[in-house]
Write a protein that binds this ligand. Sequence first.
Ligand code: PFF
Length: 436
Amino acid sequence: MEERKRPQWSSSIAFIIASIGSAVGLGNIWRFPYIMGEYGGAVFLFIYLLLIFTICILPLISELFLGKFFQKNIVSVYEAIDKKCSIFGWLCIVTAILIPCFYFVVGGWILNYIYISLTDLQVADYTVYFADFVKSPLLQPFYTILFLILTVGITYRGVNKGIEKANNIMMPAFAVILLILAIYTLNLPNASRGLEFMFNPDFSKVNMKMILIALGQALFTLSIGMGALTTYGSYLKKDAKIVRLSYVLAFFDTLLAVLAGIMIFPAVFSFGLEPGAGPNLVFITMPHIFNQLPFGNLISLMFFVLIFFAAITSGISLLETSVLTFIEKFNMSRGKAVLVLTGIISLITIPTSLSYGILNGTALCGFNLFEFLDFATSNILLPFNTLIICLVVGWVIKPSNMLITKRRWCFKIFNFALKYIIPIVLITLMYFGLEG
Ligand code: PFF
C-alpha cells in the first residue's frame, strides 16, 4: 500500500502560531476568568501559574515529543510503543470527540452575541435574554451547528491551506483586539480594584478542590491530555526544538489568559458587579457592562469576535486530532474523515446544546449533559490521559535517551518527575477533587 504523504508546517513559527491558537481558546477567555472569579481571584492565579510551569510543562513537552518523534496520530503512537497500549490512544480520541460537544455549544453562544452586536439589537436584560436563548429548542442548536460547520470548513481544507492559514490570520487579529480592549477597560473608573482582585492573593482560600480545578484548567488551556499537541507535533520537522517551543507556548498561553483577566475584571469591578458570576460572566455580566459604555456595540462586537477567533482556532485542533487518526487508522480521505466525525459530534452536541432547555431535567451525577461533559473531560479524562502520557514517556520511552542534549542532568530531573512526581500529584488531585 502506498504511504500517504504527511503534511508539514511551513515553518516553526507556523507551528507556534497554530499551537497558541489551539491553546488559547474558550479556556482562556470564558472559563479562566469565571473560574478565577469563583475560586478567589489572585490566589487561584498563583496556583495556576505554579502548576503550569512546574507540572504541566512536562507533559506538554512529552506530548510534542511523541508527535515529533513518531510522526503519527495519537493512536498509532501508542500502538508503536506497545500494541496493548492502543486503548489509551482511543481514550484520547474519545476525549477529543467529547470536548467539542460542549465547546461548540459555547461557540454557538458567541456567534449569537456577534449577531446581536452586529444588528444593534437592543437587549434590556441580558439575564433574561441569555436564559431564553439557551433554552430555545431551535436557535441554540442552530448556532451550535453553525459553529461546527465553520470549524469543519477550515479543518476540511487541510493543514497548510486550512489550519495554518486560519491561525495566521486570526491569532494576530486576536492579540491586537485583546490589547485594545485591555487598555480600554484599564482606563475605566475603579479599574484598580479589578487588578487587586487578580494580583493580591489570599492564601487562606487554598484547598484541594481548588487545586484540582486549577490543574484541570491548566491542562485544558494548554490542550494537554488528548493528543492535540501530539497531532500538531507530528507535523513538525524532525529537527524542531520542542523544549524551547513548549516554553514559548506555555508562556504565551498564560500571558493571554492573564490579559483576558485584565480585560474583564477591571470592567466588572468598575461597575460594582460580581466577579464570581460563573459561566455567565462573559454572556451576562460583560454585555450588561457594554450596554452602558460609549460605543458599547462596537466594544461588544470586538469582544465577541475576539472570543470567536480564540474558540475556532482551538476547535480546529480538537477536530484535527480525531480527523488525523481517522485518516491514518481507517485509511480515509480527509473529506470522509471530516464528514464521519461531523456526524458523530453532531449526534452528541445537539442534545448537549439542549442541556439548559428541553433536556434540562436530565441529570448525570447531578449535572446536566453540558456540565457533565465539561466536568468529566477537564477533571477526569484530561488528567487521566496526561497521567498515562507521563508514565509512558517516563518509564517506556525515557526521553533522556532520545533527546540529544549536553545537559543530561536536566533530563534526569525531567525523567524523575515524569515517572514519580507528576503521577503522584495527578492521582492525589484526581482522588481529592472527585471526593468533593
Ligand atoms: N486549550 C483550549 C482552550 O483553552 O479553550 C481547549 C482545548 C483545545 C483543549 C484543544 C484540549 C485540546 F486538545
